[in-house]
Design a protein around this ligand. Structure first.
Ligand code: DQA
Length: 151
């Protein structure tokens, strides 16, 4: 595979409480830890010629700033905004700065859960949504981005 500077950069953003995956409501979110998910994505990225950077924050402003920094730097974004999905106009507005494929991922099927999870501030500004496939949804998203960037 080419040198890292030659590879398209993909950013993966994980929102609040996703640092607790593996310990948190495992009946809903499964047993994989965030480190395992990130390691799998980086490995898969290498095979697809993509450089995967991962970022997790429990803070809305930090996520907004990370999205702003992706402008002109990253070729694709995978984002699980977690609880901010349902509330954050700030994250939504930041995503509107980007002119790259943006895939919204949810581990659980948010539409099968409490009514307050049925609203996403993000979905109509995302390129696509993946929800309900567990941690596999991240892999699906990276595969989809690879297909969009290197058809
Ligand atoms: C989640 C769903 C959200 O409603 C929830 O607040 C999360 C995780 C998911 O991946 O299924 O933290 O985004």
């Amino acid at each position: 595979m080419g040198k890292s500077k030659d590879r398209s950069k993909i950013l993966v953003i994980h929102g609040p409480n996703l640092n607790m995956l593996g310990k948190r409501e495992t009946d809903i979110y499964g047993k994989s830890t965030l480190d395992e998910i990130n390691a799998d994505l980086k490995k898969m990225g290498e095979k697809a010629g993509l450089l995967v950077e991962t970022f997790q924050s429990n803070h809305e402003g930090a996520i907004v700033e990370k999205i702003q920094q992706a402008v002109g730097k990253h070729s694709g974004l995978i984002i699980n905004p977690a609880a901010f999905t349902h509330t954050s106009i700030a994250i939504r507005d930041a995503l509107l700065l980007l002119d790259i494929p943006v895939i919204e991922v949810h581990i659980s099927n948010i539409y099968k859960r409490e009514p307050f999870r049925h609203t996403s501030m993000i979905s109509d500004v995302a390129t696509a949504i993946i929800a309900g496939f567990g941690a596999y949804g991240y892999t699906m998203a990276l595969d989809a981005i690879a297909g969009i960037i290197h058809p």
